[in-house]
Ligand binder design. Structure first.
Ligand code: FAD
Length: 364
């Protein structure tokens, strides 16, 4: 089977879903292809900063996300040996230091809005396996395995919004420069103790960052930096002394952590890296979000950058179509400015990672 569309978006994460919605609203036909069967996923980037919040508000989506449930953080706290020693409050006019939005709530709000439009089509269970190229080397479509059957989506513009291990990037022959940051991340989720205030709490454990993120729905996400590549070695060691360090840093967690993190299996490993591509557009393919520029979890920029890409690309794609720019040269022209912004944010991430321990210098 072959279907045709103005724009084919591969990847229904925050970047791809938002772009699909914004294009469909502008009367541009879009097919959004997502390999999973739904949008409920855990251990993803779920903290919105002010820029992400503003984008959702600009497009009338924030209220609908809020109705589904979100949580504003009151403060960032720094803890040492079980004692709080520094707090950072929102800088006026901001009313929070970040908003936790379960990814399910964010994506459902965006996709429900898009589903109201005839120009939007969502295909779940649809992993894209390859790109189709014409005799002049231009990419004209994708091969999809929809519910186990092969099909083709033809489109003059294919968006790779398929995350940090992007198939579209690889198939288009766009090289990504991968940068390791010297650490991986262990994630765990536990119920918040009674009376826990919405906050982000930081501690230094064995010279590494441990962060607690309060989440909507009454839980805490623990993000524990460990030396890169060390998890297989670590998990051969007894678990008790490891978890004991968390409880010393945050004694309030004793009951909840003891009940919910009982072994290494209760942690999920994220191998951390960032990436950078020389080009984000090539012969009918455009990359966005983590596919174009993978961000590390530091500073919670990735989700917000993906949504910013969507906001920007929606306007640019519309302009190209209106001006009869059939090869979407307009996307290439706009690239340098956006790249400079990403380079700046990736440099901030490195800076934050390198300077984290210095915040504790006077207290350890
Ligand atoms: C553990 C963790 C914590 C993080 N914390 C934060 C945070 O708090 N705040 C923040 O701003 N950022 C955070 N980030 C980064 C953030 O999650 C990403 O930058 C963001 O999700 C990028 O959005 P995206 O839409 O580009 O890609 P993704 O969210 O990765 O979405 C890509 C989508 O493409 C689909 N896909 C992949 N391959 C195919 C294929 N071949 N065919 C069809 N579909 C495909 C995937 O299933 C997925 O749905 C975190 C990242 C991780 C891993």
């Amino acid at each position: 089977m072959v279907v045709k569309t103005d724009v084919c978006i591969v990847g229904g994460g925050p970047g791809g879903a938002l772009l699909a919605c914004l294009l469909a609203k502008r009367g541009i036909s879009v097919i959004l292809l997502e390999r999973h069967s739904g949008v409920a996923r855990e251990f993803r980037g779920e903290f919105l900063n002010e820029e992400g919040e503003d984008i959702l508000k600009k497009h009338g989506l924030f209220e609908s996300v809020e109705k589904r449930g979100l949580l504003r953080m009151d403060q960032i706290e720094y803890w040492n040996g079980g004692r709080l020693f520094k707090r950072i409050f929102p800088e006026m006019p901001a009313e929070h230091v970040g908003i936790h939005v379960p990814q399910n709530h964010l994506l459902t709000a965006i996709l429900d809005e898009a589903k109201k439009l005839d120009t939007f089509q969502l295909m779940l269970n649809s992993p894209v396996t390859d790109l189709i190229q014409n005799e002049w080397g231009r990419f004209t479509g994708v091969k999809v395995r929809k519910d186990g059957l092969d099909m083709i989506v033809e489109s003059p513009l294919i968006i790779g919004a398929d995350g940090r291990f992007s198939t579209i990037r690889k198939k288009a022959g766009i090289k990504a420069v991968i940068k390791n940051h010297g650490y991986d991340l262990l994630w765990a989720k536990i119920p918040a103790p009674k009376g826990w205030q919405p906050s982000i709490k930081m501690a230094l454990v064995d010279d590494s960052q441990v962060a607690l993120f309060t989440q909507a729905g009454g839980s805490i996400q623990i993000g524990w930096n460990i030396e890169q590549g060390s998890f297989s070695r670590l998990r051969k060691q007894p678990f008790e002394p490891f978890i004991e360090k968390l409880l010393l840093a945050f004694p309030e967690l004793i009951k909840s952590a003891r009940e919910n993190i009982r072994s290494w299996n209760d942690f999920i490993l994220l191998d951390v890296h960032s990436s950078y591509c020389e080009t984000w557009t090539k012969d009918g393919v455009a990359l966005m979000g983590d596919a174009a520029h993978t961000m590390t979890p530091t500073g919670a920029f990735g989700l917000n950058c993906a949504m910013k890409d969507a906001d920007l690309l929606a306007g640019l794609i519309q302009e190209c179509i209106m001006q009869g720019d059939a090869e979407f040269h307009g996307l290439k022209i706009a690239e340098p400015k956006r790249k400079a912004e990403i380079e700046r944010l990736q440099a901030i991430q490195v800076d934050k990672e390198l300077s984290f321990a210095s915040q504790f210098a006077a207290y350890v």
